[in-house]
Design a protein around this ligand. Structure first.
Ligand code: GRF
Length: 197
């Protein structure tokens, strides 16, 4: 499997995917890393590992990305801290599944700063979600989720760190399920072949 990763920021989830591919846990190749932010640490991390890494002008991102995806023969897109909302046209035209990782237990706390939303809500549990991307933000079918406790003295930073550690665990796991051809999507319900029912 050939993966394209889209990232706008620090790229720690990209790193988790690169490590998983490097150790053989994930039998997939990261074919290209694309960013809408020129200074993104994610681009630097990718280049350091010898991966193809490209900054694309935000205004022309989708058109340019479609061509690069075709040339790279990517068969999965992983959003990893990618801050642009992809258009419905792009989602259809790219012709491959798109995964995203989000730091809450969706459908709770979609959108921006979900860790802060969880704290403001007084939630005792939040978590991390890997889901398929559809035309609504943070909405597509859930592939993997894990809960994370919210402690009384948490602030946004401490909760984000605890959740991030779980993102780094479940994102490579979910991508591995794809690479193994075990993900069966039936409407909103997702079955992972070979997993306990
Ligand atoms: C992660 O918390 C991810 O869930 C969210 O943005 C953050 C990106 O972190 N969408 P990183 O760039 O992968 O370190």
């Amino acid at each position: 499997m050939r993966i394209a990763v889209f990232a706008s920021g620090r790229g720690s989830n990209l790193r988790a995917l690169m490590e998983a591919a490097g150790t053989g846990y994930l039998k997939a190749e990261i074919a290209v890393v694309l960013s809408d932010v020129q200074s993104a640490r994610a681009l630097e991390r990718a280049s350091q590992q010898g991966l193809a890494a490209r900054f694309l002008e935000p205004e022309a991102f989708e058109v340019a990305a479609l061509e690069i995806l075709r040339n790279a023969a990517a068969d999965l897109i992983c959003l990893a801290g990618f801050m642009r909302i992809l258009s419905g046209d792009f989602i259809q035209q790219c012709g491959v599944p798109i995964l995203n990782v989000h730091p809450s237990l969706l459908p709770a706390f979609p959108g921006l700063r979900p860790q802060r939303q969880a704290l403001e809500h007084g939630a005792r549990v939040s978590g991390a979600t890997v889901h398929l991307v559809d035309e609504r933000v943070d909405h597509g079918p859930v592939i993997a989720q894990t809960p994370v406790p919210v402690f009384q003295d948490d602030d946004e930073e401490s909760l984000s760190e605890r959740i991030l550690r779980q993102e780094h665990r479940i994102y490579p796991m979910a991508v591995r399920w794809f690479a193994e051809g075990r993900v069966l999507v039936e409407g909103r319900r997702v079955r992972i072949a070979g997993a306990p029912a």
